[in-house]
Structure formats: C-alpha cells, structure tokens
Design a protein around this ligand. Sequence first.
Ligand code: ATP
Ligand code: MG
Length: 329
Amino acid sequence: MELMLSAIKPTGDLTLGNYIGAIKNFVKLQDDYNLFVFVADLHALTVRNNKEDLNRWIKEVAAIYIACGLDPNKATIFNQSDLPQHAYLGYILTCESYMGELSRMTQFKDKSARGNNESIGVGLFIYPTLMAADILLYDAKYVPVGEDQTQHVELTRDLASRFNHYYGETFVIPKAIVAEKGARIMALDDPLKKMSKSELGDNKGSIRLLDDVKTIRKKIMSAVTDSDNLVKYDIENKPGISNLMTIYSSLTNKSYDEIEDEFRDGGYGNFKKAVADVVVEEVSKIQVKFNEIIKGDYLDKVLKEGALKAGAIASKKIDEVKRKLGLII
Ligand code: ATP
Ligand code: MG
C-alpha cells in the first residue's frame, strides 16, 4: 500500500472545517493507503500558547482522530514531538531553502500581516520546511490537505527535487490530494474568511467539534447570508449560503442540485435548521466516542505504539540523509 501522510496542529479546539476538510477524508482513506496521521505539536509552537491549552489540544487532536473513526490498527497515529527526527530533518531542509521562496508562502504572508517585522516569529517563517520534513521523512507519496496547504506541498516537492539533484536520489516527490468538495469551509460570520481553529475573538465563525449542541445550533442559525432567501449554490454572489450547502452536502452526500430542490420553497430558516440538524447529529456521535477515549491510558498507548512504528522509518531516513550529506564519517 502506498504511504499517505497528514496532520493537524494543536492550536485550538478543532472545527467542523478540520473535520470536513481533513479528518473525514482520512477515515475514508485508511483502508486503501498506509496512512500516517500525526499531531503536529511542534508546528503549534510557532505561536505563543500557554502550556495547559497546548497540552489539552494535543490530546484533543489525537482523541478526535480516533473518535471520528481512525483505527489505530490501520492508521499509524503519533505525536510529532515524540520523534526528534522531524526537527532534525527540518533543520537540514531549512538549509536547503531560499529566503525568496519562503517569503512567497501565502500562509506566512497572511499570518504575519497582523504583526510588524521585528516581532514576527522565525518559526512561522520556516514552518513550511518542517512540514516538508514531516512528509519526506516517511517517503509519503500522497498528502491530503485543504486548499490552504497546497502551496506548502509544492514547496516540499521543490525541496525534495533540489536535495535529490544535489545529493542523489533520496526522497520520494509527494503529491497533494485536495478533496473536490469541502476543502475550504468558510467562517459562519464571514463567508469570505476560512474557518480556523486558532481564530480568537467572539468565536461565532467556527463550529468546534466539542461545542455543546445548543451553541452549534445557535452559530448555524445566525450564520451570515445574503437576504434573497433562495437556496442556490453560487459561490461568487451567495458565499454564505454556498458555504452552508457545502457543509450540508459533505455530511449528507446530497448534491447541490438535490439540495436546491429540497429547499426550493423553504427559505433560509428551514435550510439552516436542516444544516444544524445534520451537523448536530454527526458531532454528537463524535463527542460520545471522544468522551470514552479521553479517559484512562488508551490514548497514551496508541501514541506510543504509533511513535515506535513511525520512528523506525524516520531513523532510517535520517541515516540515509546524513550519509548523503557527508555527516557520517
Ligand atoms: P490554524 O488556524 O491553527 O491554522 P486550521 O483550522 O487552519 O488551524 P490546520 O492545523 O492548519 O487547521 O490544518 C489541519 C487540516 O485541516 C489541514 O488539512 C487543513 O487544510 C484543513 N483545514 C483547516 N481549515 C479548514 C477549512 N476551513 N476547511 C477545510 N479544511 C480545513
Ligand atoms: Mg491552518
């Protein structure tokens, strides 16, 4: 089976965007690929967190993976910082990268736009090189990501080719897999902005997988839409309604045409209620499992076993890289 790898950063309570754009797809893919899924906790250090939050979020990501249906007997689930090989190869790939190409990463541009140059963390600047290491360590062939991450996979391909060119065939060139639908769930309070788990503020835009059911309903019922009351998929002119249609479609497998038919005479109130119903149903199931998994030492055991399996592969790759670079005497 071909190796596929993906991850989520523990930078906030997971959102419906993370579920629809990432985790839900991982679950489908675990039968057909040798799937590696990890908690990208080193990536969370690019922003300042308090340690209690970070610790809780690490456990949350791992437990949500399993609660959503990832099976530790099929997929390899681990925590990034348990394996020093990631940071090691990350440093080497940072040395292979150019200021110019890293400066062009739109995620960096977006996330640094809020600060001034003096106080923007270097970690934020070089995080794509660590992400490249995460992928190349395992010779992952496929990397399922949301649209916001495709540029980083492109960079990973460039770095892999560059290394292979200078030091000889070492890394498999990976490919990004972007889902056709649901790759970019938008914020409910601003459908021109991506739903993000690290979003602060009043938090009306993001549905959290661990939000209570009442809060979820309230957020969906007050989602920003246009006012023409016609349920129609039109991303340009009706981004709010189109976003809700994407959510509904992803969870019910109904096509946009079917959804338009279903709510032709219903208006936005009925439609929003239907969206809330399916979201609440899906999320409630996840929450029941989450509450079981988070108890006891099961999670700890899963992450230890995952780290052992992934670590064996990563160590071999680091040896190879060191040999290629002339670091082994
Ligand atoms: P942050 O705000 O910290 O960047 P995030 O919600 O963007 O958090 P990431 O950890 O960056 O989450 O990404 C985890 C996975 O979820 C990636 O595959 C990413 O592409 C996907 N993803 C993130 N946000 C969305 C979204 N709004 N819609 C669909 N997929 C998403
Ligand atoms: Mg992100």
